[in-house]
Design a protein around this ligand. Sequence first.
Ligand code: DC
Length: 213
Amino acid sequence: MVIAIDGPAGAGKSTVARALAERLGFTYLDSGAMYRCVALAVMRAGVDPDLEAAVAPIAADLEIELDGDGAVRLGGEEVGERVRESDVSEVASRVSVHPAVRSAMVGLQRRIIESGDWVAEGRDIGTVVCPGAPLKIFLGAGEGERARRRAAEADEPVETVLAAQRDRDVRDRSREHGALRPAPDAVELDTTELEVDQVVERIAELARRRGLL
Ligand code: DC
């Protein structure tokens, strides 16, 4: 069973999804880490990230392992920290517009979540990866607040993060496949004024009320 958590960068998805998974005894799936692995492989291959024909074979051939605790292995190498750096974020946003990349990642994600209980986090979990999920959450927060959170995490100036975030938001929302948008049956939660614990509690309560626990 899957609880889907989607939303833009900095809305608190990763922190909330990880804490929720721990609280419910589910496993956490960070789908963004997979797009970040594609980006890192593309950067290492020296390929133009905007060229779908060059990126697609790389995405189709990746060996990605996620352990649910933030560890990410690409071809056996631990890259959990590297893929979170801002150069990889930028390229991840660009490679994730390509339909061939999306279908490779969606296929991998569906295989991973086929059995067991998952809190899966991303942009298109509720709309594309898992449209049958019994609980879909769409997390949002004000643009400034999202940038402040990312800046604190990455120890970068807020203005720089905000500018990059705007570019990524536009790409995430306007791409043709897997665009960032709430599923029609998603519960939308604005986290601007909420602590992580409060968000986790609200989602856990929704899961309880739906008889999922
Ligand atoms: O959630 P994140 O910031 O780690 O995601 C990295 C990039 O991957 C981001 O630019 C959007 C993209 N992504 C996506 O297109 N679909 C997902 N399900 C998850 C992430």
